[in-house]
Design a protein around this ligand. Structure first.
Ligand SMILES: [Zn+2]
Length: 163
């Protein structure tokens, strides 16, 4: 019984991990598609903006309103791109450089693209640890009458998959 429970627990942990990794990869792919789409839209927006400015100056076209619209659109798209890049970096375990906005490995103290100092990483693995603790506590409560010793052993090696 103790051994079976332990195996089942390990299997569940492995399955959870697989689901999480698969979801992360799917999310990454989705974000990459979104990033590409937004980039295309932004390039088109700047093209239109450039043409509107050109006409405005060269041909004295009354384009202020159109130009303002394109500027607002470009701002909106830039913001969306920024948010998407941050999301992607978070999924990949990377950080975003506060200066140039590029993905930087989270272990790098400086951005390898522009040399800016990377912000200190906040203690991040808290969330998952908390979730695991809660799960384990529940398990302990369930089986507390029969398998107390086994469960305490489990608690000691409660790493996500590293066995
Ligand atoms: Zn940088």
């Amino acid at each position: 019984m103790g051994l079976f429970e332990e195996l089942r627990e390990k299997f569940n942990q492995a399955a959870d991990y697989t689901v999480k990794v698969t979801t992360d990869v799917t999310n990454q792919a989705k974000i990459r598609v979104d990033l590409h789409t937004q980039n295309v839209l932004l390039t088109r927006c700047y093209e239109n903006l450039g043409r509107a400015c050109y006409d405005h100056i060269k041909n004295s076209a009354e384009n202020e309103a159109v130009i303002a619209d394109y500027v607002a659109e470009a701002d909106r798209l830039e913001k969306e791109l920024c948010a998407l890049r941050e999301k992607l970096a978070a999924l990949m375990g990377n950080s975003i450089c506060p200066v140039c906005g590029k993905d930087v490995d989270e272990t790098f103290p400086f951005c390898p693209h522009c040399g800016a100092k990377m912000p200190e990483k906040p203690a991040e693995p808290e969330e998952t640890e908390e979730a695991e603790d809660v799960e384990i506590e529940e398990e302990v409560e369930e089986d507390v009458t029969e398998d107390k010793a086994d469960e305490t052993d489990d608690k000691d090696d409660n790493g996500p998959i590293d066995n």
